[in-house]
Design a protein around this ligand. Structure first.
Ligand code: G4P
Length: 282
């Protein structure tokens, strides 16, 4: 699913978020493990202040494990609860219940002191489009989840998924917009396919990605396409076109096709587990 943002979208999303956030104790923020910073919305800290916070490094199967661990440390160092998950395959999902209790321990303790026992934690999932919010909710809630709503004590119109006696989840996730006006961020969002390809030049995008891979993941392109990692990104695209027989009439190399192929391979993890940004540079 691709998503394009307009000012109207953003205003609406922000208003929804402000309304919903009043109802909850815990913000579960999904980020993409390949770009944990660029897939965040900088406003979330302001929107979620005074709430318990949990960051999930989703799609951790597509990012390099040592960097997943480094990012978890990074976020924990900033005071968030943080864990890595693979919502598609269910990896890390089982531990979420205890992580939620842990992230909300201050609230639970406050309740206890006021004599309130066993009040479920209310949580909401937020994140930019395509980060895996629906997949995560389905993985966590499963099919047999009971929906509650329009009952006394439950805000009218809101649907809550009762995960167990301790946790209720708002069934509609909050959509955040990325900080795509920052060129560097926009580029990384485009690599992972979160910004429409049509608004960017595919060849330039793939050439930039080649450039990054040669620098940080040397050997990956050589192994996958049998090419020599020499020259700039465009030279590499030509080599990929040659090795994959991407040709246009007159036997010219179809670098556009090679670019699409390469981006597709990257996005689907066929180039291996690759992290695009690193906590040390933040
Ligand atoms: P959203 O609600 O935040 O917009 O995201 P959604 O759940 O629709 O997920 C977007 C895409 O990301 C889906 O792929 C989904 O399968 C994939 N995805 C979600 N979590 C993970 C994960 O942990 N690892 C991996 N590898 N992929 C994940 P799709 O191409 O749109 O659909 P499909 O091909 O899976 O059917």
């Amino acid at each position: 699913m691709h998503f394009q943002w307009y000012p109207g979208h953003m205003t609406k999303a922000r208003r929804m978020m402000q309304e919903n956030i009043k109802l909850i104790d815990l913000v579960i923020e999904l980020v993409d493990a390949r770009i944990p910073m660029s897939s965040r919305n900088p406003d979330i800290d302001e929107l979620g202040k005074n709430k318990a916070r949990l960051i999930l490094l989703n799609k951790s199967d597509l990012a390099e494990e040592k960097w997943n661990d480094a990012w978890i440390e990074y976020f924990r160092g900033k005071g968030y609860s943080a864990v890595k998950v693979n919502s598609k395959k269910g990896g890390g999902i089982k531990s979420i219940h205890s992580v939620i209790q842990d992230a909300c321990k201050e609230k639970i303790e406050r309740d206890r002191k006021r004599g309130i026992l066993n009040r479920p934690v209310r949580a909401m999932v937020v994140g930019i489009p395509n980060v895996g919010k629906s997949t995560f909710i389905n993985a966590l809630a499963g099919k047999a989840c009971a929906k509650t709503g329009n009952k006394p004590g439950v805000t009218k119109g809101k649907q809550w998924i009762r995960l167990n006696k301790n946790v209720e989840l708002l069934d509609t996730p909050g959509i955040l917009w990325p900080k795509f006006e920052d060129q560097n961020v926009g580029l990384k969002l485009a690599y992972i396919g979160s910004i429409k390809d049509e608004i960017l030049n595919t060849e330039e995008l793939a050439a930039e990605l080649c450039h990054f891979l040669i620098e940080k993941y040397s050997g990956v392109l050589a192994k996958k396409y049998g090419v020599e990692e020499a020259g700039d990104g465009f030279a590499l695209l030509r080599s990929v076109a040659e090795s994959r027989h991407c040709l246009v009439r007159g036997n010219e190399f179809d670098t556009e096709k090679a670019a699409r192929l390469l981006l597709d391979d990257f996005r689907n993890g066929r180039l291996g587990r690759i992290t695009l940004e690193f906590p040390e540079s933040m």
